[in-house]
Design a protein around this ligand. Structure first.
Ligand SMILES: [Zn+2]
Length: 198
């Protein structure tokens, strides 16, 4: 078996990042080795600390350094409205668009039978429990891909016997578009034009 050099192993490690192939990985590593060792060290330190300390918020499952994330701890937020998203990246996108002042629930992606993700895997039981307390409105803000549509339908079916009012953000978010890639204005309009699911 071939012994991989430290260089090769590091290039291979970089490739765990989305969109990074071997050429890009090589370029990144060479850049750090040849031009920016000190910032490379900062990167390694912060990455190590992030991996060690960042966890999921106990209430909304967003990424957080402490048990309850900043949004869940914020007294000024509307505690009765819950926006359901696919990932922490969507929370960042919605927060930057400033269209929304309620709380969140972060699913573990969309339903995907092929990848073995069912309702339990994406956290629907936790969501149902979450909705039994203080929540009066749920806004589904998952992407409009085939998996996203199936997920919305599943969420509606799971929550329809509860007392919460369920709506889905309006079109305007491009089909197949991920929320994190949608601009702020479009996202604001999508929230304002949300439609009741029935
Ligand atoms: Zn939280």
């Amino acid at each position: 078996m071939k012994d991989f050099s430290l260089f090769d192993q590091t290039v291979e490690a970089f490739r765990c990042l989305p969109g990074v192939g071997s050429k890009t990985a090589q370029r990144m590593l060479l850049h750090l080795l040849e031009r920016d060792r000190s910032r490379g060290e900062i990167l390694v330190r912060l990455l190590g600390e992030s991996l060690e300390k960042m966890k999921n918020c106990a209430l909304c499952r967003n990424i957080s350094e402490i048990d309850l994330c900043e949004i869940c701890r914020d007294e000024r937020r509307d505690k009765n409205t819950l926006c359901i998203v696919e990932s922490p990246a969507d929370v960042i996108a919605i927060e930057q668009a400033s269209a929304y002042k309620g709380l969140y629930f972060v699913l573990g992606g969309t339903l995907s039978p092929i990848e073995g993700r069912g309702g339990d895997e994406i956290g629907v039981p936790d969501l149902i429990k979450r909705c039994q307390k203080d929540i009066s409105e749920v806004i589904v803000a998952v992407s409009s891909t085939v998996e996203g549509e199936a997920t919305s339908f599943f969420l509606f079916e799971s929550l329809k016997h509860s007392t919460v009012h369920i709506s889905r953000i309006a079109q305007g978010v491009p089909r197949g578009g991920e929320l994190e890639l949608v601009d702020g204005l479009t996202l604001s309009h999508a929230f304002a034009g949300r439609q009741k699911l029935e």
